[in-house]
Design a protein around this ligand. Sequence first.
Ligand SMILES: *[C@@H]1O[C@H](CO)[C@@H](O)[C@H](O)[C@H]1NC(C)=O
Ligand SMILES: *[C@@H]1O[C@H](CO)[C@@H](O)[C@H](O)[C@H]1NC(C)=O
Ligand SMILES: *[C@@H]1O[C@H](CO)[C@@H](O)[C@H](O)[C@H]1NC(C)=O
Ligand SMILES: *[C@@H]1O[C@H](CO)[C@@H](O)[C@H](O)[C@H]1NC(C)=O
Ligand SMILES: *[C@@H]1O[C@H](CO)[C@@H](O)[C@H](O)[C@H]1NC(C)=O
Ligand SMILES: *[C@@H]1O[C@H](CO)[C@@H](O)[C@H](O)[C@H]1NC(C)=O
Length: 507
Amino acid sequence: MMHLFVAVIFVALPLFPVDANAFTKTDFPPHFLFGASTSAYQVEGAADQDGRKPSIWDTYAHAGNGGAYQGNGDIACDQYHKYKDDVKLMAKMGLDAYRFSISWSRLIPDGIGPINPKGLEYYNNLIDELTSQGIQPHVTLNHWDLPQTLEDEYEGWISRRIIKDFTAYADVCFREFGDRVKHWTTVNEGNMCSMMGYDVGAVQPQRCSPSSIFNCSKGNSSTEPYLVTHHMLLAHASAANLYRNKYKVKQQGFIGFNILVQGYLPLTNTSEDVIATKRAQDFFVGWYLNPFIFGDYPAIMKKNVGSRLPFFTSTESNLVKGSIDFIGINFYYAFHVKNSPGSLQIKNRDFVADMGVELIYIPQNISLHEEIPITPWILERMLYSLKKEYGNFPIYIHENGQLLPSKSLDDRPRVEYIREYIGSLPNMLRNGLDIRGYFVWSFLDVFELQSGYEASFGLYYIDFQDPTLRRQPKLSALWYSNFLNNKTAMKIEENSSLLSNTPHIAT
Ligand SMILES: *[C@@H]1O[C@H](CO)[C@@H](O)[C@H](O)[C@H]1NC(C)=O
Ligand SMILES: *[C@@H]1O[C@H](CO)[C@@H](O)[C@H](O)[C@H]1NC(C)=O
Ligand SMILES: *[C@@H]1O[C@H](CO)[C@@H](O)[C@H](O)[C@H]1NC(C)=O
Ligand SMILES: *[C@@H]1O[C@H](CO)[C@@H](O)[C@H](O)[C@H]1NC(C)=O
Ligand SMILES: *[C@@H]1O[C@H](CO)[C@@H](O)[C@H](O)[C@H]1NC(C)=O
Ligand SMILES: *[C@@H]1O[C@H](CO)[C@@H](O)[C@H](O)[C@H]1NC(C)=O
C-alpha cells in the first residue's frame, strides 16, 4: 500500500506547476497558438497615403495627446511599406499567428461608402504574405481608430447609427478577406475605450464631463461610457450575426470580442472589500461578458447606474447572448480593491463613481512608465473566477508584455516577464482553462497609446530617428524565437555571454 501510495504521488507530480526554468513548447497542446500583436495606427504609417483618411486616433495624436508625449502615427513603423520584411521576421521567429488590425479609414475612408482599392490591396497583400509563410492572420476590426468622418457626422460610438455602419464595414472584411482570415475580433479593449475615451477623457475621442481633470471640449461621463459599450455590444452582435448567417458555413471562422482584464484582489479580507472586488469585476468585465453569456448587464450595474444604463430589448438580448466564439483578453496590471461606497452619493456621478470602489495598483507605488510587476498568478486567479462565473469559454490572451524604455536591446526584464507568463500557462491548461493562444504585445516597438515612442513593449527595437526604421531583435525576440523553435538553448552564439547571464532561460 505504501509503495502504491508513493507511486501515485510520483505519477501525480507533473500535475503541479512545472519548473518555470524547464518548460518547452512541447508542454503545450499541439494546436496552442503563439503569436505577437500590433494594431494598424501603431505600425502602418502611410497615414495620408493611397487614399487613407484620418481616424479619431490621428486627430488625438495631432492635437498633442493632451500633452502626454510627443509624436503621432504618420510614419510609425512604416509597416505599410515594410510588411514583407516584417512577415519574414515573423516566419523566422516561428510565430504561429500575427494579430493585427485593419484601419477602417484606410479600407473605407469615410467609414461608409466606397472601398479604397489601395487599402483593399494592402490588406490582401499582408494576409497573402502571412498565409504563404504559414502564419495565421488574427484580425481586429476596430482598435481605438474609428474613422473621423463618423465621429464628425454623428459622434461615432455614441450613436446607434454606428451599428449599421460597423456591420457594413465588417461585411466588406468578411467578404474580401474571410477566405484566409479565420479569427475575427470586432473591437479591441471595448471596456477601456468606453472608460478612458468617454468617462476619464484621457484618450481619443477625449470626451468627458467638465468635472474630469482632462479638459474635454464635450462629453458626459455619467451617460456616454454606457452608451458606447451598449453600441459596441450591439455592433458586435450584428456583425457576428451577419457572419454566422452569410459566411460561417463557407469560411468556417470564429468571431470574438476583446477586453482588458485587470487583476482585482480585495485589499483586505473583510466582506466589504470582497464584495467590492466582485463589483469591480462586474463593472469592468461583466459589463461585456454578462451580456455575451447571459444576454443582460450584471444586476449590480443596473442597481448602481439606474436609468443611465441602456437596456436590451428581448430581440437585442437574444442577438447579443452567445454572439462570441471566443473572448480576447489583454492582461497587464493588477489592483487591490477597497470598498468605497461614498462615491454612490455623488449626483451626476461617472462610471468610476458608480462602482463604489477605490482601486490601488499592485504594488501601490507603481508608475505607468515603469516596468510592470510580473503577476501571472493573478491572471490565473482572474481566469478561474471568470470561468466560475461565465463558464469555460475559449480564450485568447491577445496582449501581454512588458513596458521598458525603448533604447536597449538587452531587455532582460521583458524576457523574464514573458517567460513567467508563458511558463504559467501549462498549469492553467491542465487545470481546465480553455486558453487557445498567447500573443505578446508587441511584435515591434510601436507608437504606444499612453507613451508614444518614449517607452515600448516591442520584441524588435526600432530607432525612430533612423529613416530606415531598421528592425533589430532584442533579447526577448531571441528568447521567444528560441522557445518557439523548441530549442533547449539559445542558438545565437554571439549573444551567449549576454544569455548566460540571463537566469531562467529555458535550458
Ligand atoms: C449628463 O447627462 C445627464 C442625463 O441626461 C444629465 O442629467 C447631466 O446633467 C449631464 N451631465 C453633463 C455634464 O452634461
Ligand atoms: C486642463 O486645463 C487646466 C487650465 O487650463 C490646466 O491647468 C490643466 O493642466 C489641464 N489638464 C490637462 C490634463 O491637460
Ligand atoms: C486573506 O485570506 C487569505 C486566505 O486565508 C490569505 O492567504 C490572505 O493573505 C488574506 N489577505 C489579507 C489581505 O489579509
Ligand atoms: C516602490 O516600492 C518598492 C517596494 O517597497 C521599492 O523597492 C521601489 O523602489 C518603490 N518605487 C518607487 C518608484 O518608489
Ligand atoms: C547579438 O549579437 C549580435 C552580434 O554580436 C549583435 O549585433 C546583436 O545586437 C546582439 N543582440 C542582442 C539582443 O544583444
Ligand atoms: C522539443 O523539445 C523537447 C525537450 O527537449 C523534446 O522532448 C521534444 O521532442 C521536442 N519536440 C520537437 C517537436 O522538436
